[in-house]
Design a protein around this ligand. Structure first.
Ligand code: HEM
Length: 731
């Protein structure tokens, strides 16, 4: 695909951006007009019978302006309403021709344009980014053969196995219908009532109660296609495939207490983070990975490949990394691009095909159906953001807001009057041909017996977590079930948890002040047909190929970079400017972003006279918006900060959330005031040494050449969760 310099910040443009440029406008040097292009002389006053009224109905300019305004809103997405998106491109590492004919996976020199939207699931458009929730990770590839959408999540499994239950799941998790409470939260009775009756959800519950559901950044989360799809090669041979996105910055999350506070300090935290990093050239990147399984191995697993509540452990089938996704441009207009984009798991290209996953099949219906109402008619594929780059020719016509002007008399097939055009394309000409899967069965409304192991992989996930991760899952469940008001729902949930792991259930029960029931009054699985044999629908346990999967724990993610991490420097007038300059240079060289936080906005002056602009005050930002904190010395600066309760709180809170903290010279005094003499800062040191313990780096010396390196190592760890195992910090 062609590359040329665009007007967009000198970024190398891709063909989709060129395509969008035709409909992109700015108003520079332009005169104000009506929608008919008539220039407007007065945009301040309506037309009146005299200066004091009445207003005249004749005022076509006023009527047009207000009418358009009245119709500015469209329905938000029924799910995934809250999101943010960006443009970019995808490049495959080497030809995937042995496995698939998909053109965008053939040539490593081709950059395929993409538009990617991240989202939460349950909240409304205006809800907080930091809700505990799965995150949508939807990628639209504008390929030469048409649009391919990989519409995934940051969690590799789903709550339910059959699309029939999706409306129930979403009704249960959305705010309760009588009072529309709570917003963007699963911590309420209807959600847990449903879950407690649907044991197939337990694997997904483990994931959404883990820190995966509160990511540090969209840029630091995985993506998964969830369903098993198919790759089909030129010989017509198929393989099962699961898709993975692996972030180049590692997979990182925030603490729950932090998520709650970010929701107050900056509910746009993820949206802003994506926007700012792209704007400043720190382009987010992921590798695309695939797990491939030969057709003949379909039944060799201890679960069903068609069951969306199951993963294939990476230790069983390794993830082959096949290409890279780079997001390098923010949208120009949120509504036109991010809001109007229409993803669909059914948008596939030759070389990729579906399997019979019953959840996927429901999705294949749902997306176009919902977009018909959300986007107002059948022509939303013509919206610039949705339009494929591949040429589009068919006999579909008319409808709301049709933009294409189709010439000629012929809008049917077959025809002779149009020369038989547009023509069907055989497979060799790129015509999509479905994989000729053999199906021989009875028509039944049923769930396959191979779908009934609901707990083994939930246990596998729990067993694979580090101790702090397990503690976070326990606390999340205590929080969520603690918000449930109906005792019977809590009890059912505890019983379900006991089927995953006894100690997990007991710990949660302890927090709820009740016991884990040893049996239930009703069968475990209530989603049974009216005349079904209940016994047949009860969960079964299957021996797993692996007892633990290191790939499932974020403890094993990449921890060797501090690129794009945000570091707060706490300082006031009289700070040690030489110390700050040295540390700042080292941090920035390592790719981090350094912001100065001070008692007031404006400029602060260092002891050597350096004037440093303040990025935010203790009023306009908080520790939860940063990854780490550095306190440079300077007697006067520290004396002022010691009188600033917010500065003490800032350090305390960063410590509570297990972040890297560094202090030099008199800066150590602020740590001592915040963390107490009994903590690491109370230790007797010889004054010259650099002390490093659980992410706290200190030197009594004004400048010590080892501090920066130790601080960078500490930040790269993301969090020092071991601190939580000690005395809790009140912040
Ligand atoms: C039967 C199950 C499901 C149904 C019926 C369903 C339905 C929907 C609907 C109606 C939308 C709104 C689309 C729009 O208004 O444009 C949506 C969005 C979305 N769904 Fe699903 N969904 C299902 C399961 C899943 C699963 C398993 C995943 C992950 C693999 C997923 C990922 C997404 C994503 C990422 C979006 C947001 C797309 C965007 O950014 O615009 N959904 N879904």
């Amino acid at each position: 695909m062609s590359k040329k310099k665009s007007k967009h910040n000198g970024v190398v443009a891709n063909t989709k951006l060129n395509d969008l440029a035709h409909v992109t406008t700015d108003d520079k040097d332009a005169y104000l007009t009506t929608n008919q292009g008539v220039r407007v002389n007065d945009d301040q006053n309506s037309l009146k019978a005299s200066a004091r009224g009445a207003t005249l109905l004749e005022d076509f300019i006023l009527r047009e302006k207000i009418t358009h305004f009245d119709h500015e809103r469209i329905p938000e997405r029924i799910v995934h309403a809250r999101g943010a998106a960006a443009h970019g491109y995808f490049q495959v590492y080497e030809s995937m021709a042995p496995y698939t004919t998909a053109k965008f996976l053939q040539d490593p020199s081709v950059k395929t344009p993409v538009f990617v939207r991240f989202s939460t699931v349950a909240g409304s458009r205006g809800s907080s980014d930091l809700a505990r929730d799965a995150r949508g990770f939807a990628v639209k590839f504008y390929t030469e053969e048409g649009n391919y959408d990989l519409v995934g999540n940051n969690i590799p499994v789903f709550f339910i196995q059959d699309a029939m239950k999706f409306p129930d799941l979403i009704h249960a998790v959305k705010p309760e219908p009588h009072n529309e409470i709570p917003q963007a939260a699963s911590a309420h009775d209807t959600f847990w009532d449903f879950i407690s009756l649907v044991p197939e959800s337990m694997h997904m519950i483990m994931w959404v109660m883990s820190d995966r559901a509160i990511p540090r950044s969209f840029r630091m989360m995985d993506g998964f296609g969830v369903h098993t799809f198919r790759f089909v090669n030129a010989a017509g041979e198929a393989r099962f495939v699961k898709f993975h996105w692996k972030p180049m910055l590692g997979v990182h999350s925030v603490a729950w207490d932090e998520a709650l506070k970010i929701s107050g300090h900056d509910p746009d935290f993820h949206r802003r983070d994506l926007w700012e990093n792209i704007a400043q050239g720190d382009y987010p990147e992921w590798e695309l990975g695939v797990q491939m399984v030969e057709e003949q191995d379909e039944h060799t697993f201890d679960f069903d490949l068609l069951d969306a509540t199951k993963i294939i452990p990476e230790e069983v089938v390794p993830v082959k990394r096949i290409g890279r996704l780079t997001l390098n441009r923010n949208p120009d207009n949120f509504f036109a691009e991010t809001e109007q984009v229409a993803f669909h798991p059914g948008h596939i290209v030759p070389g990729i095909d579906f399997t019979n996953d019953p959840l996927l099949h429901g999705r294949l219906f749902s997306y176009t159906d919902t977009q018909l109402i959300r986007l107002g008619g059948p022509n939303f594929h013509e919206l610039p953001i949705n339009r494929p780059l591949a040429p589009l020719h068919n006999h579909q016509r008319d409808g709301h807001m049709r933009q294409t002007i189709n010439r000629g008399r012929v809008s049917y097939e077959p025809n002779t009057l149009g020369g038989g055009c547009p023509m069907q394309a055989g497979a060799r000409l790129g015509g999509f041909t479905s994989y000729a899967e053999t199906i021989d069965g009875q028509k039944v409304r049923a769930r396959s017996a191979s779908f009934f192991d609901h707990f083994s992989q939930a246990t596998l996930f729990y067993n694979s977590q580090s101790e702090p991760e397990k503690a976070h899952i326990i606390n999340a469940l205590r929080f969520e079930l603690g918000k449930v008001e109906t005792p019977a729902i809590r009890e059912r949930m505890l019983y379900l948890l006991s089927q995953v792991d006894q100690s997990l259930a007991s710990h949660v029960a302890e927090g709820l002040g009740i016991r884990v029931p040893t049996q239930l009054d009703t069968p475990l699985n209530m989603s049974v047909p009216a005349d079904g044999d209940i016994a047949q629908y009860q969960p079964k346990r299957v021996k797993q190929a692996v007892g633990s999967s290191p790939a499932l724990s974020m403890a094993h993610t990449r921890k060797d970079t501090i690129k794009t991490r945000k570091i707060a420097v706490l300082a006031a007038n009289g700070f040690d400017d030489a110390a700050l300059a040295a540390i700042k240079q080292a941090l920035m060289q390592a790719g981090a972003q350094v912001k100065v936080v001070a008692p007031r906005l404006g400029v602060i002056r260092g002891v050597n006279g350096a004037a440093v602009p303040v990025d935010c005050s203790f009023l306009t930002c908080a520790s939860v918006l940063f990854d780490a904190v550095y306190v440079p010395g300077g007697e006067q600066s520290i004396a002022e900060l010691l009188h600033e309760a917010d500065a003490i709180h800032f350090v305390n809170e960063a410590y509570k959330h297990c972040k890297a903290i560094a202090a030099t010279g008199a800066g150590v005094e602020l740590l001592r005031a915040a963390l107490g003499a009994d903590s690491i800062v109370g230790r007797d040191t010889d004054g010259r040494q650099v002390v490093t313990d659980e992410g706290v780096v200190m030197s009594q010396e004004a400048q010590h050449s080892d501090v920066a390196a130790a601080f960078i190592t500490a930040i790269a760890q993301h969090r020092h969760w071991s601190r939580e195992m000690k005395a809790p910090v009140p912040a």
